[in-house]
Design a protein around this ligand. Sequence first.
Ligand code: URP
Ligand code: ZN
Ligand code: ZN
Ligand code: ZN
Length: 484
Amino acid sequence: MATVVKNGTIVTADLTYKADLKIDGGKIVEIGPDLAGDETLDATGCYVMPGGIDPHVHLEMPFMGTYSADDFDSGTRAALAGGTTMVVDFCLPDPGQSMLDALKRWDNKATRAHCDYSFHMAVTWWSEQVFNEMQTVVQEKGINTFKHFMAYKGSLMVNDDEMFASFSRCAELGALPLVHAENGDVVAAMQQKLMDEGNNGPEAHAYSRPASVEGEATNRAIIIADMAGVPLYVVHTSCEQAHEAIRRARQNGMRVYGEPLIQHLTLDESEYFDKDWDHSARRVMSPPFRNKQHQDSLWAGLASGSLQCVATDHCAFTTDQKRYGVGDFRKIPNGTGGLEDRLPMLWTYGVATGRITMNEFVAVTSTNIAKILNLYPRKGAILVGADADLVVLDPKKSKTISAKTQQSAIDYNVFEGKQVTGLPRYTLSRGVVVVEEGTIRSREGHGQFVAREPYPAVSKALSTWKDLTAPRKVERTGIPASGV
Ligand code: URP
Ligand code: ZN
Ligand code: ZN
Ligand code: ZN
């Protein structure tokens, strides 16, 4: 049965044009004028774009003594409601645990997904077993990205020697390392000092993680990646210092990618100074929200291309869970939601304000990350043969964001009260209409795991260059006699 999306304007990362789209068997089969099919979706007045890909989510994540409240059911429903058709979650082995055992747990959780998904694997400890399992993960499990936490000392954090070993292994396997870049040792020391001084509220979370701890760690990770001869992806880039390190590395020819979150682009540090403890604690995440100068830097990076993707780091905790940290900000579970709001917020605060173009919007919400994660052109593209993961975005449709109407399971929304325009008329997942005018029609379990191959081209280029420029002993003709 063929479906035709009619009378819309197709918007991709590089083109804007009028055409119909024909879909069959979950794929785009034809693009052109006056197409006909068995079912017609009217896209008059709408933009037809690749569905969003959120490369950074934590669904049902075990963290800080609890589990993030959105699972693969509510989380992926939220994604689809907001026009996101694929998410990438992080498989987190406990320190000492096998990556392959951890992956079984994630595979099991994800059977509930309403949209397609993939995984990053986290390196939370280091050993010969981890070294060996990384190969299995890349070659047999369809995962080509490894996450490293430079923060969360005492739980997920890895040290520089472990990071260098893991990055070097990524280089051998053609995999891409990811980093959460904050100096975990300095954060832990600052947290203790603030607590000792009686500073125990959620504002102290922000004081303990200033922009410089992120800038330092970002630069350190970049240098380690360069030494290991591997590209690097920096998650939740929130400040000018980190952006500056990424910009400089890119200017020097390194493949370094930066990922601002929609929260950091649109919410600022004043949230932590609210008189209401719950209000501030609900916004506790790492890195914390920053000031307007940092936000301007992130927007500039998206427009100029020094930052590549907008994600959410969706890691939602209820108010009750946030209250674990009353009296000690270090125990407030870190994380905020955003999956349903990423596209409408970016359209409203980015495209509608002229900060970014429609094509840049598609690039930073879908196409760039599809390329970085080696999913392109199956995902992130409007091309014949691509998966029909689409959002038919109505630029006139608007709403006020409210926890009362959201898909997420939590009892609040960090964007509560924001008026957004640019909402899906339809969201399609592999050709199936999963959202129609705000009504969810998806099915739990419809989502499929998307395996991702390693990156032979980039790793070959980097290893060839590294071999060519490796230290070499100089073969000399005249060697003076040693000693006197
Ligand atoms: O505060 C955050 N970001 N929570 C989720 C885990 C992480 O650091 O990405
Ligand atoms: Zn359900
Ligand atoms: Zn993180
Ligand atoms: Zn995260």
